[in-house]
Ligand binder design. Structure first.
Ligand code: PMT
Length: 391
């Protein structure tokens, strides 16, 4: 009853209730405590040094269909944006906590782990059975290796992996809270491609979802139905042998019923990291709605910057949507962009037409333009915070 609540206790708001429910129902990843200990030590070290620290989230989150997971839903993200951004943040003097999808791209090693850039192709056999970099690659490799070693040796880089959507959210909440002592020097750069839908634990199968009813006829199964008895062993054998004969139809189709994942940006902004600067990404495929959706997200969650990008052009351009500022497009130079900027910018504040872009990857990494711009906004954010504190 409402009467029994003491008057000084504010009623829990919907965001808190959604948070309690989600985190209570979805178990944390098994390494969470270990990750928290590593993150705490890293954050405290840089906080004591008065350094800026960025949490970069990167890669896709899986949506398991079974508790003992055999099958899961995934998304396209390779972690290029996050891994590349992390390198430029290190270059800009930030300590980087890199929360990434396990086996997605990592800063520095990304140059040699791509499917088209197998690291073995950069090596050759040297004298006395040694392994050395090929002469034509050694210079660049040395530069990458030096940057990597410098980041590690100076304790400027910590990487922590996640797999599923609930792993990600548990890790994000814990790390964001640990970052509070950094105050405005903490930056959260949320580039991971986070699932919007999931199977809630109460509807998730414990074991591998079966593709036939054959298991219903197993002797140990007390729920055996008479109809599933008929010829089911035979059917299972047929399926296992990949026989697609229409005479033996598959007995089951799979309908997956997903719930929306609660958006926790509000909780992040107001509760987990009330002083840090928060940058989220907005990914769309339809150019006509990108800026609108980015602005909507900013208005709704009241954070500090949304970086909008389109799937097809994300390596060529992004748009910065920030409170009180006009939208700002950041582009790597293309022949088309040069032409457009010289023609007084007609249509320049519109997304590029993907068909107008050259084949292949841009020569310049767009993160090399994004990170200095984010860094400038972060400087202004810290200055405004300090000015408010002095006033
Ligand atoms: O890895 P790449 O291949 O290089 O691709 C990079 C990228 C396109 C994935 C990246 O640039 C990007 O756009 N990432 C964000 C994509 C995304 O998840 O957008 P969204 O509209 O679903 O979410 C917007 C924000 O809300 C995100 O910052 C996310 O952290 C947050 N969110 C999302 C879902 C959820 N349940 N809770 C959230 O808080």
């Amino acid at each position: 009853m409402l009467d029994s609540i003491p008057s000084e206790t504010p009623p829990p708001n919907l965001h808190d209730l959604a948070e309690d429910h989600y985190f209570g129902a979805n178990p944390p990843p098994k390494d969470l405590e270990k990750h928290i200990a590593l993150a705490r030590e890293f954050i405290d070290f840089h906080s004591a040094a008065g350094r800026r620290l960025v949490l970069v989230t990167s890669g896709g989150t899986t949506v398991p269909l079974e508790k003992q997971t055999v099958r899961f839903i995934d998304n396209f993200s390779a972690g290029t944006r996050g891994a590349t951004s992390a390198e430029y943040f290190l270059e800009a003097g930030y300590a980087v906590l890199f929360l990434h999808r396990q086996f997605s791209l990592l800063p520095f090693s990304r140059h040699y782990s791509h499917a088209t850039d197998c690291f073995l192709d950069f090596l050759r056999e040297g004298p006395n059975g040694s392994v050395v970099a090929r002469d034509e690659d050694a210079g660049r490799m040395l530069q990458v290796l030096r940057k990597y070693r410098s980041a590690r040796d100076r304790h400027m880089f910590l990487d922590l992996p996640f797999v599923s959507i609930s792993d990600y959210l548990h890790e994000l909440r814990s790390i964001a809270r640990l970052m509070q002592p950094l105050g405005p020097r903490g930056l959260l750069y949320l580039a991971a491609a986070v699932s919007d839908f999931f199977v809630p634990p109460e509807r998730m199968s414990e074991h591998k979802i079966q593709s036939t009813n054959a298991v219903d006829s197993a002797p140990s199964n007390s729920k055996k139905s008479p109809s599933s008895d008929k010829g089911s062993d035979n059917e299972e054998e047929t399926f296992d042998n990949f026989d697609s004969s229409p005479a033996v139809p598959r007995s089951k189709s799979l309908v997956v019923d997903l719930d929306p994942v609660p958006k926790f940006l509000k909780n992040l902004v107001e509760g987990w990291s009330p002083q840090g600067m928060i940058v989220s990404f907005k990914l769309e495929t339809d150019p006509t709605i990108l800026v609108h959706k980015a602005r909507y997200s900013l208005d709704r969650y009241q954070h500090h910057l949304v970086i909008g990008n389109l799937l097809s052009t994300r390596k060529w351009e992004v748009v910065f949507v920030a409170p009180g500022s006009p939208d700002r497009w950041i582009r790597v130079p293309t022949p088309q962009q040069r032409r457009m900027s010289s023609s007084a910018g007609a249509g320049f504040d519109q997304p590029l037409d993907p068909k107008s872009l050259p084949e292949g990857e841009p020569e310049v990494e767009i993160e090399g333009l994004i990170i200095p711009a984010v860094g400038d906004l972060h400087t202004k954010y810290i200055e405004a915070f300090e000015a408010r504190r002095r006033a």
